[in-house]
Design a binder for this molecule. Structure first.
Ligand SMILES: Cc1ncc(COP(=O)(O)O)c(C=O)c1O
Length: 396
């Protein structure tokens, strides 16, 4: 089947929730993918920050093959060794004491919201409201899209659940003012906003939120679905800011390409989830967790995090050259290998043209080109991709 045939099939049978590019990706290796017509692309998108070890990393392929031979799935009515081991590794390397596993970022953040509400019911006289940020993104379930600070995500879904409000990102005063003594139970924040345009807060913002939560008796929830698992050059994004949350959500890179989400919490908070209070049939399934373990081990034992920090320098230097060359480039944002190039014009045309030239990127917040390549990407590949981008920008 060629691209054209796959496009036809999708258009005929698949729900039309995505504006897709007219190619079908059928194969990948490292930072490269191929479409059904055999064309090669350099992948600066990595399934939107999912394939952090690149496509078909041997450790991931091995984990899938070995676990598939043993046991694919059993119910959470029983103990599951790879799940317990992955939970142990996540706790060992983070602030957390316990992990709830699920299948996606939205589900992980939904679990965080539910846990905060149960904690509020148990310890805080029934407080339930979650404050989040303008331009945030937390998922597409009813609760998480209501927490999301973007109107376009909510359009058409009224009535929305109660108990959510947004305040400007990176504005401590706005959060403090918005806290309702009777209602507010938690603040939900991405340490770096991904979908909102790669927005890095000022030094002190997250620390300020931590102090505010401690002073006012609120929970602090970090949504690290996009920033977690090494994306910023540290295992978790919060490590850059010298603070820890009470609850954190992970997904995307955690499963190395398999659907795997997790909600992590401190013991005192985690205790509010008791037997029967939350569940997921597939959450923490042996196959997904075996792969999650392989991802963790590769990130921690190998040079991946160090390499990510090194490649950040190469990438940012390249982006600086583009900024110097093109007056319509406004700013460079991000940390590690979650980077954005803000333009003065819409980015969609640039994304299309890059794809034609063999480079996959995307655009967030209309004008910000987003780069989230595999953390294993090499210097030459970065330079090659940026040369394509240079060529495309020069035609504008
Ligand atoms: C910060 C953040 N939270 C939650 C989500 C939702 O994750 P999923 O699409 O796996 O439900 C995303 C997805 O882009 C995200 O970037």
């Amino acid at each position: 089947m060629k691209n054209r045939d796959v496009v036809k099939l999708t258009d005929r049978y698949v729900a039309q929730t995505y504006a897709r590019y007219p190619i079908a990706l059928v194969r990948g290796k490292g930072a490269r993918v191929w479409d059904a017509d055999g064309k090669e692309y350099l992948d600066f998108l990595a399934g939107i920050a999912v394939n952090s070890l690149g496509h078909c990393h041997p450790a991931i392929v091995r984990a899938i093959q070995q676990q598939a031979r043993k046991l694919l799935h059993v119910s959470n009515l029983y103990h599951i060794l790879p799940q317990s081991e992955l939970a142990r590794e996540l706790c060992r390397h983070s602030f957390a004491d316990r992990v709830f596993f699920c299948n996606s970022g939205a589900e992980a953040t939904e679990a965080a919201i539910k846990l905060a509400r149960r904690y509020g019911a148990e310890h805080l006289g029934g407080k339930y409201e979650i404050l989040s940020a303008h331009n945030s993104f937390h998922g597409r379930t009813l609760a998480t899209l209501t927490a999301t600070g973007q109107e376009k995500v909510r359009a058409g879904y009224d009535p929305l659940p109660v108990g959510f409000r947004q305040v400007p990102f990176n504005d401590l005063g706005a959060v403090e003012e918005a806290i309702d003594e009777q209602k507010t139970v938690a603040i939900l924040i991405e340490p770096i906003q991904g979908e909102g345009g790669i927005n890095v807060p000022d030094d002190g913002y997250l620390r300020g939120l931590r102090e505010l939560c401690d002073r006012r008796g609120l929970l602090l929830i970090f949504d690290e679905v996009q920033t977690g698992m090494g994306r910023t050059g540290k295992l978790f994004g919060y490590e850059h800011f010298g603070v820890t949350p009470d609850i954190m959500t992970l997904a995307k890179a955690l499963g190395g390409g398999l659907p795997l989400g997790a909600m992590l919490a401190r013991e005192e908070v985690a205790k509010s989830f008791t037997a029967g209070s939350h569940a997921s049939t597939f959450g923490g399934n042996p196959l997904a967790c075996s792969v999650g373990l392989a991802v963790m081990k590769t990130l921690l034992q190998g040079q991946v995090l160090k390499r990510c920090a090194k490649m950040e320098k190469v990438f940012v230097q390249g982006l600086q050259r583009l900024r110097d060359r093109f007056s319509f480039v406004k700013s460079i944002r991000g940390k590690g290998l979650i980077l954005g190039l803000e333009l003065e014009m819409e980015g969609a045309k640039i994304v299309d043209a890059c794809m034609q030239e063999g480079l996959l990127i995307n655009c967030t917040a209309y004008k910000v080109l987003r780069f989230v390549p595999p953390l294993t990407i090499g210097q030459k590949e970065i330079e090659h991709g940026l040369a394509i981008l240079d060529k495309v920008l020069a035609r504008q």
